[in-house]
Design a protein around this ligand. Structure first.
Ligand code: 3HC
Ligand code: NAI
Length: 710
């Protein structure tokens, strides 16, 4: 038909194969090719039934997401004819069968649902993940899915975007048969058995559409759930509206309503931000000087040192994917405590039905607790997660250097310390790397991989690959205090405190940022992480403070008074037995006392100022980090903030957000803050340059990619 679609015949069957690797997206040419093959099937009297199958690793995984940017920027008209193609498939007088393996996602599932029947291998998944891109199904997915699966499941699938497996799809009526063995052969047998059957179009199946009385509570519950789970996001609500339209309007009117909602979402800033995040998550895996064919170090056995907050979570990541771990502590008591925490985490998951007791037992059995270094000589990777103390880290790495086999990866989970100094304690700095997990390490998807001066390419490539294996997103960062994420958060947290000193209450600052979309405000986050942590770090680094530079007054005083946050029941807030925070008059009094002593005139502070002071502090530092090459691209910073710091996906990350505000506007405000607050707000030269050139951080990334390609 064309280079993306092939058409073959097998007796009375016409077989359409999509060949658009890697995921058979509906790129230009794919719908056209399917249309041509459909004509062939329709007009060829010898052909009695048609099959559509994906070549390679998957069925169609959806629309080509790259095309959306062309539509919204006006470079391309939206291919509305796609809806007509699906209707034409449905109108074909011969049975049409979609044969599914891999993922039938988005437009892929929409295509499959226009077919008269769907068969799938057991490992296949189907889903409408559009809302994860800030859009909704745009090719009648919200209209056909409830007709096959019923209103409740269709609403859920379109609103949360999560896929279901073939077995669940079979039970729901989305799939008609599960094929054991070869998919094409199974699909052929199925097609032959359907040749004489009457054809039923999905769009005519109205019996699962329910009525007002049964549907209203389903939609109300879905709207409430989406409001909570996808706070601030318009797409899930729009998807629910579109499914509701399927229950109230006839099919084509429902499609028209879906179309309107789809367009609203597609042209929103939210979808642009989320599409940026989708590609960003994949872009961060590409490191210009580390080619794809860099040899990887096989990782069959791991060791973790320290079974505290982080070591326990890191251990879980390994055993979850079947990698055995030697877990070392200094005392039996600490070891027992660490293991008990891991076991408690797993049994919570078993209780919630996430996996069986048997799975938990297998995972626990992969952990070998130890108080010594026996067995470390077999480890392919060791992750150190002892206290944040340079002398201890160096002592630990010197010991590892003596014991570990040549080529083993020696990784540190340090959150701030110099990887090169740690590596200097070994005779093999090329094997030393930072693997900075985020707390809770078994949950958070971010992994900052810190490149030391001597870290070898194989070690880095293996760390990136391992991140993917343990279901994390690895982002390569350079070696500096706090690396990318924590170096930036430091500026943000500082401004949050200054705002409190200047007149805002803690709940004003946290409230404004929560409303902005962050999972949690910075002061509440401090209480969660423990105010003692930053306090200790600041004490350790007190000698580096510059005289005359403004210092935050309150957090250290809270820590001095034993107000460490949630763990002591008091911090910026006071907590009840359910950890619910309330403003504490003692804190209000303390703020007033300390600021009066420091001669700070308290004033009214607007929500707008709270957002600008905190978020632009992130952006200005991010721009410095980019210039120094600590982050490879602006999108890397965005992914770090989306995956590790609860930044709202629909804002695309701090750097993307700044570009949507306009870098000139951001730069102007940074200059004003510089004039008002001094040195800490020195504008990043890169921010200045991009603002003056009328560019965005995306333009900067493109320049970098171009330069890397030479
Ligand atoms: N469009 C364009 N490119 C896509 C794509 C898509 N729909 N899906 C994946 N890709 C690209 C990725 O960017 C990546 O490119 P790269 O190698 O250059 O970085 C490559 O394909 C491989 O992707 P992954 O690394 O993600 O491969 P995995 O095997 O890990 O995952 C997948 C495969 C589960 C299909 C995953 O890629 C995915 O979830 N893709 C998005 C699916 C989706 O959202 N579909 C709906 C699209 S919107 C739509 O259909 C609208 C419709 O209603 C009109
Ligand atoms: P923690 O205090 O909870 O655990 C540290 C553990 O290391 C303790 O159980 C201690 O007994 C053990 N330990 C100390 N010396 C040891 C040795 N020589 N051999 C074996 N075990 C030893 O500390 P946490 O929070 O887990 O931090 C560990 C590292 O992770 C630090 O470098 C920290 O900066 C970093 N980190 C912490 C994060 C957090 O949110 N807690 C986030 C990211 C990184």
């Amino acid at each position: 038909m064309n280079e993306l679609i092939s058409y073959t015949k097998d007796g009375e069957l016409g077989i359409i194969t999509v060949n658009n690797p890697p995921v058979n997206a509906l790129s230009p040419g794919v719908p056209e090719g399917i249309g041509l093959a459909l004509e062939e099937i329709t007009k060829d009297d010898e052909v009695k039934a048609g099959i559509l199958i994906g070549g390679g690793r998957t069925f169609i995984a959806g629309a080509d997401i790259k095309e959306f940017g062309k539509v919204t920027s006006g470079q391309k008209r939206d291919g509305i004819n796609f809806l007509d193609l699906l209707v034409a498939i449905e109108d074909c007088p011969k049975p049409m069968i979609a044969a599914i393996h891999g993922t039938a996602f988005g437009g892929g599932l929409e295509v499959a649902m226009a077919f008269h029947y769907r068969v799938a291998v057991a490992s296949a998944q189907v889903g409408q993940p559009e809302c994860k891109l800030g859009i909704i199904p745009g090719a009648a997915g919200t209209q056909r899915l409830p007709r096959l699966a019923g209103v409740a499941l269709a609403t859920q699938m379109c609103a949360d975007g999560n896929p279901i497996n073939a077995k669940a799809a079979l039970e729901a009526g989305i799939v008609d048969q599960i094929v054991e063995g070869d998919l094409l052969e199974g699909a052929k047998a199925f097609a032959r058995s359907m040749i004489d059957n009457p054809i039923v179009k999905t769009r005519d199946k109205n019996d699962k559409l329910g009525d007002e009385a049964t549907n209203a509570p389903i939609f109300a519950a879905a709207r409430a759930a989406a409001k909570k789970a996808a706070r601030g996001m318009m797409a899930p609500q729009a998807a629910i509206d579109a499914v509701e339209a399927a229950t109230k309007l006839e099919f084509f009117a429902g499609c028209a309503r879906e179309r309107e909602l789809f367009q609203e979402c597609l042209f929103s800033d939210q979808s642009k931000a989320m599409i940026h995040a989708f590609f960003g998550e994949r872009e961060v895996a590409k490191i210009p000087d580390i080619p794809k064919d860099t040899p990887l170090i096989p990782i069959a056995k791991a060791a973790v040192i320290g079974a505290g907050t982080m070591g326990g979570g890191i251990t879980m990541n390994f055993v979850n994917v079947g990698i055995p771990v030697l877990l070392k502590e200094t005392t039996q008591e600490a070891l027992d405590r660490g293991l008990a925490t891991i076991a408690k985490n797993y049994s919570n998951s078993v209780k919630k039905g996430r996996f069986s007791q048997e799975v938990m037992d297998k995972r626990m059995a992969l952990i070998t607790p130890t108080l010594g270094y026996d067995g470390f000589e077999e480890a392919d990777i060791v992750v150190e997660a002892v206290f944040e103390n340079m002398a201890l880290k160096k002592e630990t790495f010197a010991a590892l250097d003596q014991i570990c086999k040549p080529g083993a990866i020696l990784a540190s989970n340090t959150s701030t310390l110099d990887i090169d100094e740690i590596a200097s304690a070994t005779s093999r700095p090329e094997s030393v790397v930072g693997t900075h997990f985020f707390s809770p390490a078994n949950v958070m998807r971010l992994l900052e991989i810190v490149r030391g001066q001597a870290t070898s390419k194989s070690v880095l490539a293996t760390a990136m690959d391992l991140a993917k294996k343990i279901k994390k997103v690895g982002v390569l960062v350079g070696n500096c205090y706090g690396f990318v994420g924590n170096r930036m958060i430091h500026q943000y947290g500082r401004e949050a405190q200054f705002l409190v000193e200047e007149g805002a209450q803690p709940q004003d600052v946290d409230g404004a940022l929560y409303e902005f979309g962050l999972a949690m405000g910075p002061l509440a986050m401090g209480d969660l992480a423990g105010l003692d942590v930053g306090w200790r770090i600041r004490k350790e680094h007190a000698h580096l403070e510059k005289p005359g530079v403004r210092k935050a007054l309150i957090a250290d005083e809270l820590a001095e008074r034993g107000r460490y946050g949630q763990k002591t029941g008091k911090g910026w807030y006071i907590y009840d037995e359910n950890r619910k925070p309330s403003p504490d008059p003692e804190v209000t009094a303390l703020i007033e006392e300390l600021t009066a002593n420091a001669g700070i005139q308290r004033r009214e502070i607007s929500k707008e100022e709270i957002i600008e002071r905190t978020i632009y502090a992130l952006v200005n530092e991010g721009a410095k980090i980019l210039e120094e090459g600590i982050a490879l691209r602006a999108v890397d910073i965005d992914i770090i903030y989306l995956m590790g710091y609860g930044f709202p996906a629909w804002r695309g990350g701090p750097m993307w957000y700044a570009s949507t505000v306009g870098l000139q506007k951001v730069y102007d405000r940074v200059c004003e803050f510089h004039a008002q607050h001094g040195e800490l707000w020195t504008p990043a030269p890169l921010l200045k340059r991009l603002a003056e050139e009328g560019k965005t951080f995306e333009d900067f990334d493109k320049e970098k990619v171009k330069a890397a390609r030479g």
